[in-house]
Design a protein around this ligand. Structure first.
Ligand SMILES: C[S@@+](CC[C@H](N)C(=O)[O-])C[C@H]1O[C@@H](n2cnc3c(N)ncnc32)[C@H](O)[C@@H]1O
Length: 266
C-alpha cells in the first residue's frame, strides 16, 4: 500500500520505515510514541491504534493540529491554492509573498493559512528544509497534487493522534508504561536543519531518561559521531539499504548503514 506523507523534511526516515514497522509489530506494544516526529512520516504509517506524535517545533505541530481540527477546510483551501498555481518552483520569499497575498483575498482562517504556508514551504524548498531557496526541487507540482489526494487518508490517521509540542523528556515521563514503544530519531549533532539546537547534554538527557523506563524504545543514531558512541555504546543492530543516488563517475555508492539502539530484541 502507498505510504502516506505530507511534506518534505530533512531527516525524514523514508528508508527506515519498513524496519521500524517490523520493530513495532515485534515489540507487542499498543502505543507508539514518536518523540521526534518531524514530518510525521513514521507516525502516519505505523499500524498502531494509539499514536503520540511529538516535536519541539511549534510550526509543524500546528500543521497537524489544524488538519485534526478542520480537515475539510484544510483540503478545500489546499485545492484552491493548487488551482491558483501557488505550489510551484520558485524562491521561498516569492512563494511566501504570493501565498499571503492570495490568502488575504479569501476567507482562509489564520491557522489554516499558516498551516498551508508551512506545507508549501516544506514542499518547495530544497530537501524540505523550509528555509532554503528552492532552486532544485523539480517535481513540486506532481508532489503537491499527490499530497492533495492523500489528505483524506492523512486526516483520518491524524484524527486518532495525540499531538504534543514539547521537549522529549517530559513526554517520556508522561507516557511511559509497559505497553509503549518510544521511537527516537533525534537531530544529528552537526546538522543545523531544525528549529532548535541539540547538544551533547541533550543526548545525555536522553540516555538518562531511557535508562529507567518501563516501556520499550528504539533509537537510530549517527555511528560516525564518536560522542554518541561514547554516550550510547555500540549499536544493538545495523540496518543496511542500497543507496539509490548514483555517484557521477564512480558508479553506485556503497550501501547506507543505519545504527540502532534498543532495549528489546536482545
Ligand atoms: C531527524 S528529525 C525527525 C524526522 C522524523 N523522524 C521524520 O521522519 O520526519 C528530528 C526532529 O527532532 C525535533 N527536535 C529537536 N529537538 C527536540 C527536542 N528537544 N525534543 C523533541 N523534538 C526535538 C526537530 O524539530 C526535528 O523535527
Amino acid at each position: 500500500m502507498e505510504k502516506l506523507r505530507l511534506f518534505k523534511y530533512p531527516g525524514t526516515k523514508n528508508s527506515l520505515l519498513q524496519p521500524l514497522l517490523d520493530l513495532f509489530r515485534s515489540s507487542g506494544c499498543i502505543t507508539f510514541v514518536d518523540l521526534f516526529g518531524g514530518s510525521g512520516y513514521v507516525s502516519l504509517n505505523v499500524p498502531s491504534e494509539r499514536i503520540i506524535y511529538n516535536d519541539v517545533n511549534p510550526e509543524i505541530c500546528r500543521v497537524f493540529e489544524t488538519i485534526k481540527e478542520d480537515p475539510a477546510a484544510v483540503r478545500r483551501h489546499f485545492g484552491e491554492a493548487l488551482r491558483a498555481g501557488l505550489f510551484k518552483r520558485e524562491s521561498l520569499e516569492r512563494a511566501d509573498a504570493n501565498f499571503r497575498r492570495w490568502a488575504s483575498t479569501r476567507d482562509v482562517a489564520p491557522d489554516i493559512s499558516e498551516a498551508l504556508l508551512t506545507i508549501l514551504k516544506h514542499t518547495i524548498s530544497f530537501g524540505g528544509e523550509g528555509n532554503t531557496y528552492a532552486t532544485r526541487e523539480k517535481a513540486v507540482i506532481p508532489y503537491s497534487r499527490k499530497t492533495f489526494e492523500m489528505l483524506p487518508a492523512i486526516a483520518e490517521k491524524v484524527s486518532r493522534w495525540i499531538i504534543e509540542n514539547s521537549d522529549f523528556e517530559p513526554i517520556i515521563r508522561k507516557y511511559d508504561s509497559d505497553s509503549v514503544l518510544f521511537y527516537l530519531d533525534p537531530p544529528y549533532g552537526s546538522k543545523k536543519w531544525y528549529h532548535n539546537t541539540f547538544s551533547s547534554d541533550d543526548y545525555f538527557r536522553m540516555r538518562n531518561a531511557l535508562h529507567s523506563i518501563r516501556g520499550k524504545y528504539v533509537m537510530n543514531f549517527d555511528y560516525n559521531d564518536r560522542k554518541l558512541l561514547e554516550i550510547f555504546g555500540e549499536p544493538d543492530f545495523v540496518y543496511e539499504v542500497q543507496d539509490l543516488n548514483q555517484n557521477p563517475g564512480t558508479g553506485m555508492r556503497p550501501n547506507r548503514r543505519y545504527y540502532f539502539s534498543t532495549n528489546f530484541l536482545h
